[in-house]
Design a protein around this ligand. Structure first.
Ligand SMILES: [Fe+2]
Ligand SMILES: [Fe+2]
Length: 278
């Protein structure tokens, strides 16, 4: 079995090359702490242990079959599609500053790496990469037509609910390579969620991140979680994880995100701003 060598480090270097003077305006972006997050993405390329691709496969065929269908979809959906923001007005966010463009590119380099890792599992279990799926088409369509604000929100909630999925795969999957892949992706996604949380906290919003805002955010996340569960329940069940396990993880991730968002917003803007109204 041949698995391509890790691309993320090479691609990250290419991103740095492409952006001529990447730090020229690191202090000029009011929405993002550019220096902090460029350092994060560069540092995250270090110490990445490749999964044990050659480890013996001990899971039963009955477990592997639904797992494979699930991994094939995730290979496409988690970094296997467009490696950029695709909203019709994406450039209004992406090109705010040269450094922000570099940051967004490095985020997508990590997403592309997830697709490579998942593709390694698909190969390992004897599957084939897929080129399309109705859920991925719907996901891309909503990102494209509803504007970059919505696209960033839907990518964030997808990262939060995907964390629940990967955590269950890591916990229940009796396979060394599967666990290795999940650990790497979970590490990256924790950084991605923290990046978005910091961006939202730093920007703030007029009414703060109060109860009404939370209801809308949780509803969006619940929709994303349900979409994920509908397509991947059989894989989770085959490994011994139940619906209740999945939704418990989702609720945990959401609550953690909201608690930290409010705390970090208070750090940037003061207690009075972050918990008011909608
Ligand atoms: Fe990802
Ligand atoms: Fe991500």
């Amino acid at each position: 079995m041949s698995i391509d060598l890790p691309l993320a480090a090479q691609d990250a270097a290419a991103v740095l090359d492409r952006h001529h003077n990447p730090t020229e305006d690191t202090t000029a972006d009011p929405m993002i702490d550019i220096e902090r997050w460029l350092a994060h993405f560069r540092g995250n390329q270090e110490n990445r242990t490749e999964p044990e691709w050659e480890a013996p496969i001990t899971m039963s065929a009955a477990t592997i079959k639904p797992l494979l269908r699930s991994l094939e979809q995730f290979e496409l959906g988690d970094g296997g599609g467009p490696d950029r923001l695709i909203a019709r007005n994406a450039d209004s966010f992406r090109c705010g500053t040269a450094a922000r463009q570099e940051l967004v590119d490095m985020w997508f380099v990590e997403e592309k790496e997830h697709s490579r890792l998942l593709g390694g599992l698909v190969q390992r279990f004897g599957g084939h990469s897929i080129q399309g799926h109705w859920s991925f088409s719907a996901f891309c369509l909503s990102r494209r037509i509803l504007g970059v604000g919505f696209e960033l929100s839907i990518l964030l909630v997808t990262e939060i609910v995907s964390t629940a999925y990967y955590r269950l795969l890591c916990q229940y999957g009796e396979d060394a390579a599967l666990k290795g892949v999940c650990r790497l992706i979970l590490r990256d996604e924790a950084g991605h969620v923290a990046f978005h949380r910091d961006r939202l906290a730093r920007t703030g919003r007029p009414g703060g991140y109060g109860r009404l805002w939370e209801i809308g955010f949780r509803a969006l996340a619940l929709g994303a979680a349900t979409m994920l569960f509908v397509n991947h329940a059989s894989a989770l069940r085959a490994m011994g994880a139940y619906r209740s396990d999945f939704y418990r993880e989702v609720r945990h991730e959401l609550s953690l995100f909201l608690r930290r968002l409010r705390s970090e917003t208070a750090g940037y803007h003061g207690e009075h701003h972050q918990g008011q109204g909608a």
